[in-house]
Structure formats: structure tokens, C-alpha cells
Ligand binder design. Structure first.
Ligand code: DGJ
Length: 460
């Protein structure tokens, strides 16, 4: 009797506990739901008020490219560049510098985006793949780049590989390369008209043991500003011509236009590191992400407070997925990343990954590319991502920055900038977590030409 009483008493306590827990969870869920709805409503409101402009960005534009009839053998270099994947016919044309349809992918100088020529006629259109001239009329040299918006000067700075030299092969089987010249920097208020600020980190001509010696490799430079030290910090991929050094390098400057002082290189956390990026979060914490273990996985770690080194905190992510060219961004507390596959200079399929913390775990949610045609979507529109830039004042809208590499003449590689939006549910079922969290769909829209929404262009 006593035992039964004790049992039922502890039983009722237990059910009380369970019900209170259920209650708390319900309240929490309701709060999150209402809060999320609020934020979503605000965003929807903004979107509706800019409706037609967004419609322009999210238009699905198709491409109908006729592949010319076969004409015997391809150049041996073009055959080598070909990735071992299906659907290569258009990719073959793309990689063949003597293809009859070469101009579709690499239009001539006459079609260049020239802000000086087009100034005043209110048509700052981006034409992905066309040559892009700076305000002095020279093709912009900022490959594998990234953009820093500097709050102090209220200016955008675009940093990238300055590759204005001849392309050659260091070895018979080596990848196409250009000697290191340095990191180019361009400034702009409108992200269309760019002024060349010069080489802000220059190659070393004589000292062969220096990381920046011209016969080495300097790729994918990215710059962030440290609010505590007031310094601009650049991180980059440093390598030798055979890509065996596999390190990251760090440089520092008092001003966004340099010149940057090179500090050192190292193998992050003791691991090989090739394509990489850095990301500064809203709370000032900065992260480094790099392809490692022979590109089979990515590593993510936090930088120190001064951003000049990394902490020991490191996680392995996307293990076994063989991804590179990471470009990270954040929307409504969720982190997203676009990566490419690993096929040298040849284009391949992009994938989006999402996470609740930069440190992971990261989940792969699919190919973000929309429009063009199937091969466009399977090749990231014949390009490879390098950076994703948020459009201030337009939550959920970003610019996806990519490089259309030209391995036959790397200096003539083009820029493919396209609108990227985050919104709507995923288009593929999730693998785990009982379908929770529900990542938003990330979309990159193909356009032959496009422009920023009016509200953004006319903001100043
Ligand atoms: C792909 C990388 O993303 C580029 O930055 C460059 O390293 C090439 N490979 C070299 O083949």
C-alpha cells in the first residue's frame, strides 16, 4: 500500500515535470515562431516594397548555346583541362581556346563594362563574363578576390590576385600559372566604378626564400578590419609552384589601401591548407576556413583577438566531400557557405552548405545555381566562387562573386557577379535532425546582364 502510494506520488511528480517541460517547450516554440514570423514579415514587407526590383534579380534567364559540329582533335592542353565528368561537350568548348564559340564565354574588349563610357546614362549593368574596366580604362585585376566595406571611409575595397603577366607551365604536368605580382586593390562607392589603388602587397623579386617570391603562389587574398587594433588584416593562400607548401600567409596595414606589411606564413593547426577564406562575424569574432588533408575536407578555426594568428580551436567539416573555394555569409543567424569541387582551373558544380555555428556541424543543402541551362548550373555558370557580399539594407540579398578562369591566359580571367538570395524552404529533404532546422534555400540567378535594385543604387 505504502509502496503503491510512494510510486504513484513519484509518478505524479514525474508527470508534472514532464508536463512543465512540454509547456516550456511549447512557449519557447511559440516565441521563436512569433519572433521568426516578425522578422520574416519585416523582410517580406521590404521585399514587397521593392517587389519589381527583386523580380528583376530573381528572373530565370535561359541560355540556348548551340554547340558547333566536331572539328577533329582539340588542342592537347584543352583535352588535359577537361574534368572527368559527364556533360563535357560545352565544357570542352569552354576550355578550348580555339573554340568557335569562345566569345560567348570570353567576350571581346569591345563589349567591356566601361564605367567611364557608360557614366551618366544610368545603366550600371553587370555583364557576367565581360571584361571589366577600372576608371582608367584598364581591365580590373582582382582575381580570387573579396570585398571589404570600410565603415571609416564608407568605401568598398576589392582585393584580389593581380595576374597581369604571361601564363606558363612551370613543369610539363604542372598547372597553368602566372608569376606572383601581388595583391591588387580597387576602391568604389557604388560597386561598379572602380579606382585602381595599386598593388597593396607586392611580390618579392630577388629573395628566392621569401614566401612572396614571384615564382611562388599567392591566391585568394581576403581583408578584414580589426575594430580593437584599428588594423586591416589580410590572409591569403601561400604556396610554392607545386602547391606542396600548402600554407596561409598574414599581412597587416594601417590603411585599407596599404601598403600591407607581410608578417609570416604557416600551416594552420599544423595541417596542409590550400583554398581558404576568412570571415568576420557580427560579434567581432573572426574565423579561418581552409581546404585540408589534400582537399578532402575543410577545417574551420577561430582567429586570435588581433586576427594575426589563429587559436588552437579547430573543427573538421565536410569531411570526405572534396570541396574548395569556400565563401561564407550569414543571414538571420544562420551561416551559409558556397564551395566548389576540386578540378583545377576547370569549372564544376557549386554546393551550398548551412550551419547554426561557423564551427559546425555543416550540412550540404544542394546546388544554388538557377537558370542558364543544365551545363551552366553544373559548372557554376562556368566560374568558381570566391566571395559573397551582403547588400546592406536588403536583408537576404547578396552578390555572389566568382572567377571565370581562363587557364590559357589567366590574366584574362573574367568576373561573374550574380545576385544571390536566401529565402524559402529547402528543395531537398534533409538527411537528419528530424527535419529540424529547416535551412532556407540559397539561390544564385543566372543573368546575361543585371543591375542592383534602385533602392540600393540611389541610396546616397
Ligand atoms: C582551384 C583553386 O580554387 C584556385 O584558387 C587555384 O588554386 C587553382 N585551383 C589552381 O589550379
Amino acid at each position: 500500500m505504502y509502496r503503491y502510494f510512494a510510486f504513484s506520488l513519484s509518478g505524479s511528480r514525474c508527470s508534472l515535470l514532464v508536463w512543465s517541460l512540454v509547456g516550456c517547450l511549447l512557449i519557447l516554440h511559440l516565441y521563436t515562431f512569433v519572433h521568426d514570423k516578425d522578422v520574416q514579415n519585416q523582410e517580406n514587407h521590404m521585399r514587397i516594397s521593392h517587389h519589381s526590383q527583386f523580380r528583376e534579380l530573381e528572373e530565370v534567364e535561359e541560355e540556348d548555346i548551340q554547340i558547333p559540329p566536331p572539328r577533329g582533335k582539340r588542342s592537347p592542353r584543352a583535352a588535359k583541362r577537361r574534368p572527368r565528368k559527364p556533360h563535357t561537350s560545352l565544357i570542352d568548348e569552354f576550355l578550348d581556346e580555339s573554340s568557335q564559340i569562345r566569345r560567348i564565354f570570353f567576350p571581346d574588349l569591345e563589349t567591356a563594362m566601361d564605367p567611364m563610357k557608360d557614366a551618366g546614362n544610368d545603366t550600371p549593368y553587370y555583364y557576367p563574363g565581360r571584361i571589366w574596366l577600372d576608371i582608367e580604362g584598364n581591365p580590373i585585376q582582382a582575381h580570387g578576390g573579396g570585398i571589404l566595406y570600410d565603415e571609416i571611409t564608407k568605401t568598398y575595397y576589392w582585393y584580389g590576385e593581380f595576374k597581369d603577366g604571361p601564363t606558363y607551365h612551370a613543369h610539363k604536368r604542372g598547372a597553368a600559372r602566372v608569376d606572383v605580382i601581388g595583391v591588387g586593390c580597387y576602391s568604389s562607392k557604388d560597386m561598379w566604378t572602380w579606382k585602381n589603388e595599386g598593388i597593396v602587397l607586392a611580390a618579392e623579386e630577388k629573395n628566392e626564400t621569401h614566401d612572396l617570391h614571384k615564382l611562388n603562389v599567392l591566391e585568394r587574398p581576403k581583408v578584414i578590419y580589426n575594430d580593437k587594433t584599428g588594423k586591416y588584416v589580410m590572409w591569403m593562400h601561400i604556396d610554392d609552384a607545386n602547391y606542396t607548401k600548402a600554407s596561409v600567409g598574414v599581412a597587416i596595414s594601417d590603411s585599407p589601401t596599404g601598403s600591407f606589411h607581410y608578417l609570416y606564413s604557416k600551416r594552420p593547426h599544423g595541417f596542409d591548407s590550400r583554398d581558404m577564406t576568412i570571415f568576420k562575424d557580427d560579434d567581432g569574432v573572426a574565423y579561418i576556413l581552409y581546404s585540408s588533408e589534400d582537399n578532402s575536407e575543410l577545417h574551420v578555426g577561430t582567429l586570435n583577438e588581433d586576427y594575426l594568428d589563429m587559436t588552437n580551436n579547430m573543427n573538421r567539416i565536410l569531411v570526405g566531400q572534396h570541396r574548395e573555394a569556400p565563401a561564407l555569409f550569414k543571414h538571420r543567424g544562420t551561416y551559409y557557405m558556397i564551395t566548389s569541387g576540386c578540378t583545377g582551373w576547370a569549372p564544376n558544380e557549386a554546393l551550398t552548405h548551412a550551419a547554426e555555428s561557423v564551427m559546425g556541424p555543416w550540412e550540404t543543402i544542394g546546388n544554388p545555381c538557377i537558370g542558364g541551362n543544365k551545363i551552366f548550373r553544373l559548372t557554376t555558370f562556368f566560374s568558381q566562387g570566391t566571395f559573397v557580399l551582403p547588400l546592406p539594407g536588403l536583408p537576404g540579398s547578396f552578390i555572389f562573386m566568382a572567377d571565370r578562369w581562363n587557364p590559357a591566359d589567366l590574366r584574362d580571367s573574367r568576373y561573374v557577379w550574380l545576385p544571390l538570395t536566401v529565402g524559402g524552404p529547402v528543395d531537398q529533404p534533409l538527411e537528419y535532425n528530424f527535419g529540424f532546422p529547416l535551412w532556407s534555400r540559397v539561390s544564385i540567378y543566372w543573368h546575361k546582364k543585371w543591375r542592383l535594385p534602385y533602392s540600393w543604387r540611389d541610396k546616397d
